[in-house]
Design a protein around this ligand. Structure first.
Ligand code: GAL
Length: 369
């Protein structure tokens, strides 16, 4: 399937090496295994994508209705994402009363009902962050039948589904980042510390625990796999002590890491969390156990939430990876405007992650505040 990954610096075929305490079984999804994108600086964050709309200033969006379905409002990262979506829609001439944002409450039946309602209310375009990416086919069929363009975000449908959009030339696309890249960057944050620092018990291995997102999301599988792959590719042996699903939530991760620390104590050298909300929970558990990040344990997350960036700055987290919600929101709105003005989009619109380390954390503080 043809994909346009803007700013591709590194294109590599990588076999998925399943590692860890046990594999999270998630079906392969739409991220092609030949499209890992790489980019290491902050300059490209939130810049206009190649896909961005042309002549947007002349298109009148004042009467266009947008339906935005978020899988759950209580997800910190998605809150940043939909706030940015709304701001950018407003800046592009949409009216606030024509932007409808609904909370799927992590329940596909609820979300499907919301989509039915938005369609019956004649929205002009739908932006959907699916609860269950496996429900994409049914949702796409509804939008196509109603002739409403559809932009999926964040929780990626599988490759077969994306293939249908292309084959049928439907006004349906996905905007997101390649989760494998975030995993690799997260692993590299640990690799770059050097085994002399990380291998605290001198057993020649990195002894870790993994706190995972929800199992419906491909981000969970790829981040868990590729963070470890970055280590093994660098010739570092890994040893999983504990892994558990924390559903992207801070409180769940706090409990998981507290349990793991109680069970494995100082054997734990690295805590990998699939996102920052869970890394912040892990940080609380680490502090409660009187362990010190950067001295006797290492902790990495993904997203670059403000609180996580501040804690990287303070040394309470080893590092994180910026999940560029600004660029993703803008690409989403630009794609929606393209459809609304009779233009086409690629069926996959990519963006890059960026590493956040002690060395560049100030840049992110400046950029995001
Ligand atoms: C990820 C993000 C997580 C969570 C998840 C929901 O991209 O890193 O924090 O928001 O999406 O699908």
């Amino acid at each position: 399937m043809k994909r346009k990954a803007v700013r591709i610096l590194l294109v590599t075929v990588m076999a998925i090496a399943a590692m860890g305490c046990g594999n999270t079984s998630v079906n392969d999804t739409g991220t092609d295994d030949d499209a890992i994108v790489g980019n290491d600086n902050t300059e490209n964050a939130a810049t206009e994508e190649e896909n961005s709309v042309e002549n947007i200033d002349v298109a009148d969006m004042t009467d266009k209705k947008v339906g935005i379905c978020i899988y759950q409002f209580s997800d910190n990262f998605m809150t940043l994402f939909y706030n940015e979506l709304e701001n950018y829609l407003l800046s592009r001439g949409f009216k606030k009363e024509n932007i409808i944002i609904v909370d799927g409450e992590n329940d596909q039946t609820t979300q499907t009902g919301q989509i039915d309602r938005l369609i019956s209310e004649d929205v002009d375009v739908l932006i959907v962050n699916l609860v269950n990416p496996s429900s994409a086919k049914a949702i796409t069929d509804k939008a196509v039948t109603a002739e409403i363009p559809l932009v999926y975000i964040n929780r990626e449908p599988d490759a077969d589904e994306e293939q249908r959009w292309e084959e049928n030339d439907w006004d349906v696309t996905y905007v997101g980042c390649d989760a494998r890249q975030s995993g690799i960057y997260q692993g590299e944050l640990i690799v770059d510390l050097g085994m002399d620092n990380v291998d605290l018990n001198d057993n020649g291995k990195v002894d870790y625990i993994m706190v995972k997102g929800d199992l419906e999301s491909i981000d969970t599988q790829y981040r868990s796999e590729y963070s470890l792959k970055a280590l093994t590719d660098a010739g570092i042996e890994v040893n999983c002590l504990y892994e558990e699903v924390g559903n992207w939530q801070q409180n769940q991760a706090q409990q998981i890491v507290a349990d793991a620390l109680e069970q494995y104590g100082t054997d734990i050298e690295v805590v990998f969390c699939n996102n920052d909300a869970m890394a912040l929970g892990a940080m609380q558990a680490i502090q409660a156990a009187e362990r010190t990040v950067g001295e006797d344990i290492y902790l990495v997350g993904i997203d670059a939430l403000s609180e996580a960036i501040e804690n990287v700055m303070l040394g309470n987290m080893t590092g994180t990876v910026f999940n560029d919600y600004i660029s993703q929101s803008r690409s989403t709105v630009d794609a929606a405007i393209n459809y609304l003005t009779g233009k086409e989009n690629e069926h996959y619109i990519a963006c890059d992650y960026l590493k956040v380390t002690q060395d560049n954390v100030q840049d992110f503080l400046d950029m995001l505040n």
